[in-house]
Design a binder for this molecule. Structure first.
Ligand code: NIG
Ligand code: FE
Length: 418
C-alpha cells in the first residue's frame, strides 16, 4: 500500500469534532509548527509534529517522502455554492449594473437569470459540459478541491435535467468532488409570469421526482426573494424535497428580509445562503437549529452591497461558511482565495475563522464533512501548499494566487488544471 509523508510543513487545519464550528470554535484551528502528514492510498493516516508522525515508522515503509520546505499546508478549499454551469457570459449586463441599474431590475426586464435561461435552452449537454468543466478546472487551479454546482438556468424539466447531466459528466471527468444541487426554483420562467404557484407545482410534481429517480442530485435549493419565490412557496417545495429524502438549502434574505433564514431553521436546512438582509432573531433561530450560514462576499462585492454580518453571526453561534457563488451575473469568480481575502478584510473574520469557513464548515454545508474539509485521520488527503507560512497569506497577498501545489486524494493535480 503506497505510503507518503509530506514533512517540514507549517500545517494549519480545522479539527472536526463531528459538527460545524460555531462561536469561539469558528476560530480554533490546529497548528503544527514543523508538521507532517502521512497519507496511505489517498487517505490521511496520521498528522502532527513531524517527530511524532515519524516515530515508529520504519524507513522502508515510506515509498515517498516530500519536503514541503516550511511552506503552509492547509486543507483544499470546499466551495459550497456555485452556479458555474451556464452557457454564456453576461458582460453587457455587468456594464449596465456598474452604470447603476439594480440587479433585480435587470431580472424584471427579462435579463439576469432569465438571459442565462435562454442561453441554456439553446445549448447542448456537450456545450454545457465544456463550459462547466472550464470553470471547475479554474476553481481547482485556485485551490478548490470540492465544488458544489447548482442547476437553475433550465427552468423546464428537460433543461434542468440537461444541466444536471452536464454537471454529472464534469463530476466524473475532473479530479474534484463535485456535488450537484437541484435549483429548479431559481426564477419564475417567462411562461409562468404571475403564476409562480403553478410553476412551484410543476417543480414539485414533475421535476423533483425526475431528479430523484435519476439520482443526479440529492440537494434541493430555492431562491426566495421579492419578485421571485415567497416563503410559503419555499416551504412547500422544500418540504416536498425533504419528504423524498433530499437535503434542502435556501437562497435566503439576499436583498430583502423575507424570513428565509427562519424557514431554513424551521426545516433544518443544511445551509441558508447569502443572508445579507437577515435579521438577528432569525439568525438566532438558525443557530438553534444548527443551520450553516453560507456567506458569499464576492456577490456583495460585485453588487456593491453591504457584506453579510459575519461577526454578528459568529457571536450568535451560527457556523459560518464561505463560497464564491460563481455565476455569470452577481459574482463571476471561481476564486476561494478572493473570497477568503474579502472575508478577512471586509467582513472582519480572522484568518483562522476564514480558514474554517472555506474548508470544514463549507464541507458541512454540502454534506461532505465525512470525507473532506479538514486534515483529520480517515479523511481524504485533499490539501494545498501555499507560498507563505500561514493562511493569512491568502488575504495579505491580494489579487494573486498563493496556492502553489494542489493535492486531491494524495495526488498532485496541478498539471490537470486549465
Ligand atoms: O446566488 N441569487 C440568485 N442566484 C444567483 C445569481 C444567479 C445569476 O444572476 O445568474 C446568486 O447570486
Ligand atoms: Fe446562488
Amino acid at each position: 500500500m503506497p505510503l507518503k509523508i509530506y514533512r517540514n510543513a507549517q500545517i494549519f487545519t480545522p479539527v472536526d469534532s463531528g459538527k460545524p464550528c460555531s462561536g469561539p470554535n469558528q476560530g480554533r484551528i490546529a497548528h503544527y509548527d514543523r508538521g507532517a502528514l502521512l497519507v496511505r492510498d489517498g487517505v490521511i493516516e496520521n498528522i502532527g509534529e513531524e517527530r511524532h508522525v515519524c516515530k515508529g515508522l520504519e524507513k522502508e515503509q515510506l515509498i515517498d517522502e516530500y519536503d514541503c520546505g516550511g511552506r503552509c499546508l492547509i486543507p483544499g478549499f470546499v466551495d459550497p455554492h456555485t452556479h458555474c454551469c451556464f452557457a454564456a457570459l453576461r458582460e453587457s449586463e455587468f456594464e449596465q449594473r456598474v452604470a447603476g441599474t439594480p440587479y433585480l431590475e435587470i431580472l424584471k426586464r427579462g435579463g439576469g437569470i432569465l438571459s442565462s435561461v435562454k442561453a441554456v435552452a439553446q445549448a447542448s449537454v456537450d456545450d454545457l459540459y465544456s463550459m462547466t468543466r472550464k470553470h471547475a478546472l479554474r476553481a481547482m487551479a485556485l485551490g478548490t478541491t470540492t465544488l458544489e454546482i447548482k442547476s437553475g438556468y433550465g427552468l423546464t424539466t428537460e433543461n434542468e435535467l440537461k444541466m444536471l447531466e452536464a454537471i454529472g459528466r464534469v463530476a466524473r471527468d475532473v479530479p474534484l468532488d463535485v456535488v450537484a444541487t437541484f435549483l429548479g426554483a431559481h426564477a419564475i420562467p417567462v411562461e409562468f409570469k404571475d403564476r409562480a404557484d403553478d410553476y412551484i407545482t410543476l417543480v414539485i410534481d414533475e421535476m423533483l421526482p425526475a431528479v430523484k429517480a435519476q439520482g443526479i442530485a440529492n440537494v434541493c435549493d430555492i431562491f426566495c426573494e421579492q419578485g421571485v419565490f415567497n416563503i410559503e412557496q419555499g416551504r412547500l417545495l422544500l418540504q416536498a424535497a425533504l419528504d423524498l429524502g433530499m437535503n434542502v438549502k435556501i437562497h435566503a434574505d439576499e436583498v430583502h428580509d423575507l424570513g428565509g433564514a427562519k424557514l431554513a431553521a424551521d426545516l433544518q436546512a443544511i445551509s441558508a445562503d447569502h443572508l445579507l438582509a437577515a435579521n438577528d432573531e432569525n439568525i438566532a433561530a438558525m443557530a438553534e437549529a444548527g443551520v450553516v450560514a453560507n456567506l458569499l462576499p464576492a456577490t456583495a462585492y460585485s453588487l456593491r452591497k453591504s457584506y453579510a454580518r459575519a461577526r454578528a453571526m459568529i457571536e450568535l453561534n451560527v457556523p459560518v461558511a464561505l463560497a464564491t457563488d460563481c455565476n455569470p451575473g452577481s459574482s463571476f469568480t471561481e476564486s476561494m482565495q478572493f473570497v477568503f481575502g474579502l472575508a478577512v478584510l471586509n467582513m472582519e473574520m480572522s484568518p483562522a475563522e476564514a480558514l474554517i469557513g472555506t474548508t470544514l464548515n463549507s464541507a458541512y454545508s454540502i454534506g461532505m464533512a465525512d470525507k473532506v474539509g479538514s486534515l483529520d485521520c480517515g479523511k481524504q488527503a485533499d490539501f494545498l501548499l501555499l507560498d507563505g507560512e500561514t493562511p493569512a497569506i491568502l488575504a495579505y497577498h491580494a489579487g494573486v494566487s498563493s496556492v502553489q501545489e494542489i493535492y486531491k486524494k494524495g495526488v498532485k493535480i496541478n498539471n490537470q488544471c486549465c
